[in-house]
Design a protein around this ligand. Sequence first.
Ligand SMILES: Nc1ncnc2c1ncn2[C@@H]1O[C@H](COP(=O)(O)OP(=O)(O)OP(=O)(O)O)[C@@H](O)[C@H]1O
Ligand SMILES: [Mg+2]
Length: 297
Amino acid sequence: MSTTIARFGQRDHTSCHKAHCKTVHFATYSAEDITTVAHVTDDTPVIEIRDLHKSYGALEVLKGVDIKANAGDVVSLIGSSGSGKSTLLRCANLLEDSQQGEILFSGEPVRWRGTGMARHPADRAQLIRIRTNLSMVFQQFNLWAHMTILQNVMEAPVTVLKRDKAEVEAAARKYLEKVGIGDKCDVYPAQLSGGQQQRAAIARALCMEPKALLFDEPTSALDPELEQEVVRVIKDLANEGRTMIIVTHDMRMAADVSDHVVFLHQGRIEEEGDPQSLFGSPKTERLKQFLSATVSA
Ligand SMILES: Nc1ncnc2c1ncn2[C@@H]1O[C@H](COP(=O)(O)OP(=O)(O)OP(=O)(O)O)[C@@H](O)[C@H]1O
Ligand SMILES: [Mg+2]
């Protein structure tokens, strides 16, 4: 069995530690589940998507999208409703199948069987590895209503990764503390505000010790005041060098936290760049229109 689990970037010391942990945790899968991981260097992107095409039936939603996030990068995805942002995130962590193009995770290409509409991930162990290394935070929190906050955060590391329960509990408490709700371990989601629930969802994502976090509109279900609590947590994560892809309608947050911003329009990347140039001097008419509509909204 290979123990060559991909290395993390040097800017994130927490992640360096996590790389070691994953080697141990994935030993809980059977030997044939674990396959050799591609050789990686420090500049190998954590996630790289090349020429991705995705259709729902006759509707082509992604029409050849390229995107990548190096270790420690924060990439924001912006664009109007229906432009394909959520679909792209869901394809990235293999929640959705795509029909064409490549998805590489720490340099390791997703292996497919079949082509076109019949294309699916071919390797179960790889699928598990990728999913568990890309934690997703959703707009609607998706916490289990019947579990306490602590149980919510501990659930996947214990049941999916088969990690030691006491260790996971210590980590879960640490992450809940980190997002500012360390005193809410024993309450149920319904007893928390939206902002607190979303911060619990972020703690849950962190407790998987993922290589990257994917956020799909993490603040858009929240009132402005609660939104800021969550934005602060996301900024802290960016400052500590976490690799993140964030779909957001919050242009201020995108400008503040991102290394790179991608503007998606009707399934294509219309414009991309560093936040200063993209927001400061947009080049395409579509981005100009989008930004002026967003600002005046
Ligand atoms: N499961 C699905 N089945 C069929 N069509 C879908 C499905 N999911 C999304 N679509 C369609 O794909 C297109 C892109 O949807 P997507 O949810 O990715 O957009 P989005 O950019 O995230 O929009 P929003 O800002 O409103 O969240 C839309 O036309 C949508 O109707
Ligand atoms: Mg969406």
